[in-house]
Design a protein around this ligand. Structure first.
Ligand SMILES: [Zn+2]
Length: 90
């Protein structure tokens, strides 16, 4: 019975710690470079020392890439739509 209780507590503690770690990763601003560990200015997108992108900048790049892909697909669909309309209008 005691053993079982201990295991439950450990599981809960691990889950809690994991949740806190994720929350901290999202909320705290990155202050040191991932590559060279030098100090970063607040809100920096690149490291002054080695030029490594900050995590925030990487996230933004990923987001803009996703937007570009969606935009490209939309344009392709519109072009194909127009092509289809002109093709069937003959
Ligand atoms: Zn750096």
């Amino acid at each position: 019975m005691r053993k079982c209780q201990g295991r439950t507590d450990l599981g809960f503690g691990l889950a809690l710690r994991h949740t806190q770690g994720v929350a901290t990763a999202i909320q705290t601003e990155q202050t040191n470079c991932d590559r060279c560990q030098s100090q970063l200015p607040v809100g920096a997108a690149y490291c002054d020392n080695c030029g490594e992108r900050t995590r925030k900048a990487k996230r933004l790049v990923r987001l803009s890439l996703r937007i570009e892909i969606v935009f490209f697909i939309l344009v392709t669909l519109i072009v194909m739509g127009f092509a289809g309309v002109f093709y069937f209008q003959k």
